[in-house]
Every structure is written in C-alpha cells, then in structure tokens.
Ligand binder design. Sequence first.
Ligand code: NAD
Length: 235
Amino acid sequence: MSDPRNVLVTGGNRGIGLAIAQAFAAAGDNVVVTNRSGEAPEGLQAVRCEVTDTASVDQAFTEAEQLLGGPIEVLVANAGITRDTLLMRMSDEDFDQVIDTNLAGAFRCARRASKGMIKLRRGRMIFISSVVGLYGSPGQANYASSKSGLVGLARSITRELGGRGITANVVAPGFIETDMTAALPDETVAGYKKAIPAGRLAQPAEVAAAVTFLASPDAGYISGAVIPVDGGLGM
Ligand code: NAD
C-alpha cells in the first residue's frame, strides 16, 4: 500500500467517475470529486467545477487543495459529454461544445494540475478517452475527435513533463453500463454485445481498476500509454 495521495476526479458524481473516486477512496487516498452542482456523493468530498470555464477549473483546484491540505497529486480527467448526430447535420455548436468539454476541459484541468505537480516533482494524470477516439464511430465525429485529442494531450504532457516525475496516460473504455449507455436503444446494445469478444458491457469498477493501477507506484514507468478497457472490442 502506498502513502495516501490527493486525488481529484472530474465528473466524479456518477457513472465511471464515481467508481474511480470510490476506488481511490477505498485504497485510502484523499479524494475530491468535481461536478457542476458541487453536491457530494455519499462518503466523498466535492467541489463545483464547470470544465468549460477556466476560472471555474482554477477555483475548483484551489478549493480542492484547501480541503485536502496540499496540491493534487493524481488528476483523473473524466468529465465528458456526447452530442451525437450525423456529420452532415452536425452544427458548429454540436462540435464545439463536445470539444470544449471533453478535450479543452481536460486540458484546463491538466494545466492547473501541472502547477502543483511540477513543484512536488511528482504527479499522475489519467485521461478518460474512449474506444471511439481510437477507431471512430458513425454519428460521433465530435466525440471521437475530442477523445483522440486526449491521446495527443497525454503524449505531449509525457514529453514535456516526464522529466519532472509526472506521468500522463489514457484509459479508453469500450461500452460501460452507465447513464450514458442506458440511453441507447435495446437493439443497439444487443449489437454491441455481439461485437464485443467478452460478450457483455463492462461495469464502471472495471475502468476504475485500470485508472488506479496507472496511479499506483507499480505504474511509475508507464507514460503516454493508451489502455483500452473494452473486452477486446477494438483489437
Ligand atoms: P456520465 O454522463 O454518467 O458522467 C459524465 C460526468 O461528466 C458527469 O458527472 C457530468 O456532470 C460531468 N460533466 C459533463 N460535462 C461537464 C462540464 N461541462 N463540466 C463539469 N462536469 C461535466 O458519463 P459516464 O458514462 O460515467 O462517462 C464518464 C467518462 O467516460 C466520459 O468522459 C465518457 O466520455 C467516457 N466514456 C464512457 C463510456 C461509457 O460506455 N459509458 C465509454 C467510453 C468512454
């Protein structure tokens, strides 16, 4: 067991983010989740954060650092949205909103987190992408672009800050049982199950396991990596 770290998970009030926050808390780490209301899920501390707003991100980190009594050592950039529609119908707003939340939101958090991590000369950044970012998906040009962008972000951070004891990695979930996938029609889910070698959707805790591994001392030499958690879907 490693010393407790200060962990911040964006969008950690439900779904995959909540499972990640709970996994860190269960391991004894000090966790703050961010969400847009600032309401705390049971047993966790929360601060309000709108990832499309730089001032809100900076303020959320300041509040989280006050709650935890020190800089954030592990950032999990998990907040994300979809606005699916076919390319020919996709508005500028559909595209910009998804990029601003999923990619620029992660960038704003990474930039703020890097300040404390550089001073500490250690830190872990983990970006929640998607298999869709690696392989594309019809109706998701905006979402796929945002999620592939996270790979470039993590790899650039690896090259820029690797020498300061900071790692940056990407976890790319396949289809996970959350509110995001509960909205899909039954026949779509049945089609996914057929295409996934594992024959099922994953539980959020299975994504959390990859994230906590990347934040663990055992993963100290892993940086710029993309770890799919997809039951073999993308291979
Ligand atoms: P979810 O919709 O249940 O949760 C998303 C979280 O992001 C929520 O807490 C929401 O409040 C937060 N959020 C959204 N926009 C925000 C903003 N502007 N500012 C601050 N917070 C904001 O989704 P989920 O299924 O738990 O997904 C979590 C992450 O995993 C997302 O990045 C998603 O793209 C990714 N992902 C999910 C799946 C899946 O199958 N569910 C698959 C691959 C990747």
